[in-house]
Design a protein around this ligand. Structure first.
Ligand SMILES: CSC[C@H]1O[C@H](OP(=O)(O)O)[C@H](O)[C@@H]1O
Length: 382
């Protein structure tokens, strides 16, 4: 069964606490907007599409369970808009939540003003239906990204088998409504019997690659190997890697792409070795209002995330096979690794220049550079 980060039915939302994975699968209730804001901020839920969906569904649940009947349509409209604005402040770099908020503001504005008979209940109903549709649409979009991306890579490297890829960050079922973006392409390559091996990086913050991506690859029985973020050049020089496939938190109008910290250096290394560099993202991650990467706000996280690691203790000595150890989930400890007094630089994201990207894969298809070496983003995403 596929991993499910988000469980929703009308009036009820729970999320898999991603800070506890891979050792514990515990769902937490998200009954309201403030719980959602905290879950997003603390990374209990993460991944640009998943963040957006959890945020809007939390508001849908709150609205469904509150008694709004006595409110006027303009009053509930103001409340919805201000709660959306608040949710958008949780994390700044990914555009998906802002995009979802803008779409829902427009939709509820129309619902509140379209007819004189509009009520708070009709506005709330329109909001809930649209938020629920976003959950379903994301799954379809990811499957389409998977199909388009797998085909593009097969054509680009003229191979339909024995394809090896590297992915960075966490872009699978846990980061989306289901299936995944970059991991969705890997899933499609695997389903087509085209994939021989997937490599994943550890990826800061919180080593989401080794905790979440690795967990999903093992769960899906996709042949996979973990590397540290500093091993990419070594990997490329020793293995025949066809492509690096990454997700995106925001793709600017020129194709510059903000994604998890370390993506930029992977793109540089990939270019050195002639390895294809593929960005996979739904159109909700494309931000035509931001001209280029310089306009993307990069989130910086607390320094202690670099200084300290936390996790369950292990109770046996792994010997030579360190991939499986007994884990004591009831004894979670934090360990300080770095020297006291050292400063920390901890941006969560970086921006990969469009020049280093070969293809941008969305649910609508693959965008490649034109003869001038430019991604025709405005044409592709009118
Ligand atoms: C399909 S996930 C896109 C994107 O979201 C991740 O960010 P975070 O885990 O910090 O929320 C990551 O950068 C992924 O590539």
């Amino acid at each position: 069964m596929a991993l499910q980060a988000i469980r929703y039915e009308r009036g009820s939302l729970s999320i898999l606490d991603q800070l506890l994975l891979p050792h514990q699968s515990i769902y937490i209730d998200v009954p309201d907007v403030s719980t959602a804001w905290n879950a997003i901020k603390t990374m209990q839920v993460r991944g640009a599409p998943a963040i957006a969906i959890v945020a809007v569904l939390a508001l849908a649940v709150e609205l469904h369970n509150n008694d709004n009947a006595s409110q006027s349509a303009p009053s509930i409209l103001t409340e919805i808009h201000s709660k959306l604005d608040y949710l958008v402040t949780s994390r700044p770099t990914a555009v998906n939540l802002g995009d979802a908020a803008n779409k829902l503001k427009t939709l509820t504005e129309k619902a509140a003003t379209a007819t004189e008979s509009a009520t708070s209940e009709s506005v709330v109903a329109a909001f809930i239906e649209a938020a629920e549709h976003m959950l379903l649409q994301d799954v379809e979009d990811n499957k389409a990204i998977g199909r388009h991306g797998a085909l593009w890579i097969q054509n680009a490297v003229s191979k339909t088998s024995d394809i090896r890829v590297l992915t960075h960050c966490n872009t699978g079922s846990l980061a989306t409504a289901s299936y995944g973006t970059a991991l969705g392409i890997i899933r499609s390559l695997h389903a087509n019997n085209s994939l021989s091996h997937a490599y994943c990086t550890e990826t800061r913050p919180y080593n989401q690659g080794s905790r979440l991506t690795a967990y999903e690859l093992v769960h899906e029985q996709i042949p996979a190997t973990l590397i540290t973020d500093s091993m990419a050049a070594s990997l490329f020089s020793s293995q025949n890697i066809a492509a690096v496939i990454v997700g995106a938190d925001r793709v600017a109008a020129n194709g510059d792409t903000a994604n998890k910290i370390g993506t930029f250096q992977l793109a540089i290394v990939a270019r050195h070795f002639g390895v294809k560099f593929v960005v996979a993202a739904p159109t909700t991650s494309v931000d035509l209002n931001t001209e280029n990467g310089a306009g993307i706000k990069i989130e910086h996280r607390p320094g202690w995330e670099v200084l300290v690691v936390s996790g369950p203790t292990v109770t046996n000595n792994p010997g030579n096979d360190s991939s499986n150890v007994e884990v004591n989930v009831h004894d979670v400890r934090s360990v300080k690794q770095a020297a006291n007094g050292i400063g920390v630089f901890n941006p969560s994201f970086d921006v990969t220049p469009a020049a280093l990207i070969d293809a941008i894969v969305t649910e609508n298809g693959v965008v490649e550079k034109n003869a001038d070496g430019v991604f025709p983003m405005h044409q592709a995403f009118k």
